[in-house]
Every structure is written in structure tokens, then in C-alpha cells.
Design a protein around this ligand. Structure first.
Ligand SMILES: Cc1ncc(COP(=O)(O)O)c(C=O)c1O
Length: 369
């Protein structure tokens, strides 16, 4: 079986982990955490980096730090992962959805302005699958209407929008370090921002809102979202190779593209737009409905040939847990719905060899022949 993802851990990971063991520093108090935060923040051109337990936790803390609460509206893509909506809904705020651009699979930014109301507090941008969202129109709207921008760059390590690092574009931005990301810590996440007050709020929320001086007296409810020194050690070793990893995944994407460009009726990721080259976090395929094959069927046929795959995101308005809360009644987002029905991705991990790429591509060609 060719797995859908496998990380590469053959740099300094082992050395740095041994240093943690040898020194006894394994908790979040260890020195790799600060080093990883500082170097990651510098890499995306930010003043502050706050390491946390995962990308979902990073989003939760960022939403809370922005003081998003009851009655506030947050504009966000319909086509994304549930992590984006959790704290918005739990806080009593209302997610307001926008459909996807059929070509880039990101939020269709031309639809945002029509969703703004006096209750809108923020726009949550999610750069999806390898290409960034077209940010200039989002930032113009945010400035014009006085909205905060929360940038979910979970999948965008090393990506740039018009030359600016993804993760530097929101008031506050978040990353994930799950093993399918360009930089992994096993489980992990990072919040980055230039705003001192937001950074301070996130640091406090990450650490149960302990107060200096009055340690066990709490003015706010936080979480324990602290990253361990062990995770940060792995993250630092990974970060050292980010440029190499970006180049490696780009080669993967272009190689798949060469094999699959001739497949009639199957939409492939764009190699780039006028504002960014694709970094191919994953290599997605969207067969046209006219081919008479759904994502589920295509994934089954690939599994029969020993090829792993994963479905695309299920849109927020189709999530039973959110529908039961009375959200999105009667709403429809046709592009997001089609991407969910038809879209899936093939093995895209960092450890994928050229031979494996060729074997996967041959199987895909067979499935759609
Ligand atoms: C866009 C996006 N946001 C958030 C997350 C959540 O990150 P984590 O799995 O680290 O909680 C993911 C995970 O893949 C993601 O793709």
C-alpha cells in the first residue's frame, strides 16, 4: 500500500530529541520551545510565535483572543475543516459561510462583501490545499469595514502570497504541525502575530490563564495548550529543512501534473496563479460528474490497486453537528458541495519517492481510463 502521507524525519530530529532526554527537559519549559517559536515567527516575518498543542487549539485560542463572542458574525469558507468553526460556535458567535472558487478551491473572495453586516467582527481566511486565498481583496474589505482577519495557514508552511509569507497576512495567523504538514511536530500548532496584546492573550489562554503573583486565582478561563520540548525539538529540525521540503513537494506536484494533465474530465490543482505558485500541501483530483464516478468510488478503485487516498473536506453547512444547532438552514454552497462529492487526494507525503509517484499516477490513469 502506498500511504497517503509519510513524513521525513531524517535531519536533526533524533539529535535534538536526544538532547531533550539527556538534559531531562521534556516539558513545555524546555529551551526548544522558545527557539522554535522565535525561529518560526522569524520565518513568517512575525514578532510573536506562540507554540500550542495542535492547529485546532491555535484557532480556538486565536478566536478567543480576538474576543469573538455571542452574536458576533465571522465570515469564513464553507469548504474547510471543522477545526475552523469549533470555538466560533462554542463562543456563541455565528459562522457566515462563503462558497468556494471552483478553480483554486479557496473562498470566493468576490462573495465576501455581500455577507458583511453590522454584526460582522472578523473574516476567517483558510488557505486550502496548496494555493493561498487571494488576500488583497480580503484585506481591503477588512480595512474598509473595520474587521479583524484571522488567517488559517495550517497547510501553508513556506507559501507566499505576492511574495509575502502566508502567516504574515492576518491580524493573527495559525499553523498546524500534524505529520501531513510541510513541518511536523507529531501533533502541534503555532499562533503568530505582530500584535503584542493578542500575543499576550494567546500566551495566557495557552497556559490556563495563570496570573503572575496570584497563580491559582483566575480572571479568565483558558486551556492547557502547551507544546512540549520534545515536540518543539522535532519542529526545529523540520523547520531547518523547510525550503528543501517546499521544493520537494513542488516537484511532486509537477510530476503528478505531467502524468495526469491529459486525463479528460479530471480537474487537477493549478500549478500557480498570478499571486502564488502551488506548494501542493496535497495533490487533489476532482473528476467531473459527467464521468459518472464519485470521489468515494474512485478512492475504492485506488485502494484495490494499493493506493491510499483521502476525501476532500465536508462543507460546514452539511455537518450534522452544526445543522442540529440550527445553523445554515436552507443554505446551499454548490461549489463546496461538488468539491466534497467529487474531490479526493492521492498520496502527497514528504517521503514519497519518484517511483511511488509514478506508480500512483499509473493507477489513477487506469481508474479514469
Ligand atoms: C486548514 C486547516 N486548519 C486547521 C487544521 C487543524 O490542525 P490540527 O490537525 O493540527 O488540529 C487543519 C488540519 O489539517 C487544516 O487543514
Amino acid at each position: 500500500m502506498i500511504p497517503v502521507n509519510e513524513p521525513l524525519l531524517d535531519g536533526n530530529e533524533k539529535n535534538y530529541l536526544m538532547e531533550c532526554i539527556d538534559t531531562g527537559w521534556i516539558s513545555s519549559e524546555g529551551p526548544f520551545v522558545k527557539r522554535f517559536e522565535d525561529e518560526f515567527a522569524a520565518r513568517v516575518g512575525r514578532k510573536h510565535g506562540i507554540a500550542v498543542t495542535n492547529g485546532t487549539a491555535a484557532l480556538d485560542a486565536a478566536v478567543e483572543a480576538l474576543a469573538i463572542g455571542p452574536g458576533d458574525e465571522v465570515i469564513m469558507p464553507a469548504f474547510t475543516i471543522i477545526s475552523c468553526v469549533g470555538q466560533i460556535v462554542r463562543s456563541g458567535a455565528i459562522p457566515v459561510l462563503v462558497d468556494s472558487d471552483p478553480v483554486t478551491w479557496n473562498m470566493d473572495v468576490s462573495q465576501i462583501e455581500g455577507k458583511i453586516t453590522p454584526r460582522t467582527k472578523a473574516i476567517l481566511v483558510v488557505h486550502t490545499y496548496g494555493l493561498p486565498t487571494d488576500m488583497d481583496p480580503v484585506l481591503d474589505l477588512a480595512r474598509h469595514y473595520g474587521l479583524k482577519v484571522l488567517e488559517d495557514a495550517a497547510e501553508m508552511h513556506g507559501q507566499r502570497y505576492k511574495g509575502e509569507p502566508c502567516g504574515s497576512l492576518g491580524d493573527i495567523s495559525t499553523f498546524s504541525f500534524y505529520p501531513n504538514k510541510h513541518v511536523t511536530t507529531g501533533e502541534g500548532g503555532m499562533i503568530v502575530t505582530d500584535d503584542d496584546a493578542l500575543a499576550e492573550a494567546c500566551r495566557s489562554l495557552r497556559n490556563l490563564c495563570f496570573q503572575p503573583g496570584k497563580r491559582f486565582v483566575h480572571e479568565c478561563l483558558g486551556w492547557n495548550l502547551r507544546m512540549t520540548n520534545l515536540q518543539a525539538a522535532v519542529g526545529l529540525a523540520q523547520l531547518e529543512r523547510l525550503d528543501e521540503f517546499v521544493a520537494r513537494k513542488r516537484r511532486m506536484g509537477l510530476r503528478y501534473g505531467e502524468w495526469l494533465a491529459g486525463l479528460a474530465g479530471v480537474q487537477l490543482p493549478l500549478a500557480g496563479t498570478d499571486y502564488a505558485d502551488n506548494i501542493y500541501w496535497i495533490y487533489g483530483l476532482v473528476p467531473d460528474e459527467s464521468l459518472g464516478i464519485t470521489a468515494e468510488q474512485a478512492m475504492g478503485r485506488l485502494a484495490d490497486r494499493g493506493i491510499g487516498s483521502r476525501p476532500f473536506f465536508c462543507p460546514m453547512h452539511q455537518q450534522p453537528v452544526l445543522r442540529r444547532r440550527g445553523l445554515f438552514e436552507g443554505e446551499s454552497y454548490p461549489v463546496a458541495e461538488r468539491l466534497y462529492r467529487q474531490g479526493f487526494y492521492i498520496p502527497s507525503g514528504m517521503a514519497l519517492t519518484d517511483d511511488a509517484i509514478d506508480a500512483v499516477a499509473r493507477a489513477v490513469v487506469e481508474v479514469f481510463a
